[in-house]
Design a protein around this ligand. Structure first.
Ligand code: IPM
Ligand code: MN
Length: 353
């Protein structure tokens, strides 16, 4: 029997509540499968930890997580700690520290999921975003000059390295090839004359090795419009860190809402553990109410299973989410139901078995 070491960082707000259900589901999967199980180690890092210690996680935090097979993350951020401190001190530190350079975010409209678009059927929104996750607009580099003076100047640098662009673009080409899908690169080279002209060039260069993959390049503003007007146009999408952040919230909005949106932070080379999380935040207003939707976290746990080599379990998890939506079983308030977070997890486990 294979035992996987999973680090669990429940984090802030509704994070711990939804994480509990993801863990419940992983335990149910291992019991049903019989071929593997999980050992979970919980790390109490986050904003509360910060208020006690002055740090979002201990200095040797990465070292302590390094040996795990994967990381499950709830959510980070809470009033009382500025967002740029909490996020840079934990979420972004893990993504960067473990070189999880691919942020893989499915945008798939399941049957029964609410969709604000007219005349769009399930199956017509089925994309996967490959968001650059290690540099770009999130490099954290820049300067703040002459603070609090009329001369004040702020510079926020975006960093696009050849290595950084090539590897994420190559990952996207490989995915498109493997799945026989089209690949769309989304960028803004008409206005960003260094970084994104360079990205376009790398996209074309790498593309020469993939003549079988059909591609299109779109400017981000046009892409936002087409995601609403003609979402069928997108299959595999590759884009920069910030554009991927924005467009995947848009993607969530057209495919059932943030309560269903999952993301995987991957180190495809498997030098470090990859990290799986719902892409919604800590939703402080809902914390402690027990009404948060755990399905995004459960979907992310499915991505974890896929990453560990169990794609069939990933498929079963997405199918079970779809069944709950179709049969309106065990849904939380955001999806028109009245189940609590833990009831939703219980119904999920029942249907899975
Ligand atoms: C996300 C989040 C983060 C991001 C924030 C919380 C820093 O919005 O995972 O999409 O921008 O990457
Ligand atoms: Mn986001």
């Amino acid at each position: 029997m294979k035992t996987y070491q999973i680090a669990v960082i429940p984090g802030d707000g509704i994070g711990p509540e939804v994480m509990r259900e993801a863990v419940k589901v992983l335990n149910a999967v291992s019991a049903l499968d019989g071929g593997f199980n999980f050992e979970f180690t919980e790390y109490p890092w986050g904003c509360e930890y910060y208020l006690k210690t002055g740090e979002m996680m201990p200095e040797d935090g990465l070292e302590r997580l390094k040996g795990s097979d994967a990381i499950l993350l709830g959510a980070v951020g809470y009033p009382g700690v500025p967002d740029h401190i909490s996020l840079r001190g934990l979420l972004l530190k893990l993504r960067r520290g473990f070189d999880q350079y691919v942020n893989l975010r499915p945008v798939k409209l399941l049957e029964g999921a609410p969709c604000p678009l007219k005349d769009v059927k399930p199956g017509e929104i089925d994309m996967v975003f490959v968001r650059e996750n290690s540099e770009g607009e999130y490099s954290g580099q820049g300067a703040w000059l002459y603070p609090d003076s009329p001369q004040e100047v702020v510079i926020q640098d975006a960093v696009f390295s050849r290595k950084g662009c090539e590897r994420v673009i190559r990952y996207a080409y490989e995915l498109a090839r493997r799945e026989g899908k089209t690949l769309t690169s989304i960028i803004k080279a008409n206005a960003l004359n260094y970084s994104m002209v360079f990205w376009d060039q790398v996209f074309e260069e790498v593309g020469r090795e993939y003549p079988d993959v059909e591609t299109q390049s779109l400017l981000v503003d046009a892409a936002a419009m087409f995601m609403i007007k003609n979402p069928k146009r997108f299959q595999v999408v590759v884009t920069s860190n910030l554009f991927g952040d924005i467009l995947t919230d848009l993607g969530a909005a057209i495919s059932g809402g943030m309560g269903l949106a999952a993301g995987a932070n991957l180190d495809p080379e498997r030098r470090y553990p990859s990290m799986f999380e719902p892409i919604h935040g800590s939703a402080p207003k809902h914390a402690g109410k027990g009404d948060a939707n755990p399905l995004a976290s459960i979907w992310a746990a499915g991505q974890l299973l896929d990453h560990l080599g169990y794609p069939d379990w990933y498929g079963k998890i997405v199918d079970t989410v779809e069944r709950m939506l179709k049969e309106k079983q065990g849904l939380t308030k955001d999806l028109g139901g009245s189940a609590s977070t833990s009831e939703c997890g219980d119904v999920f486990v029942k249907l899975l078995g």
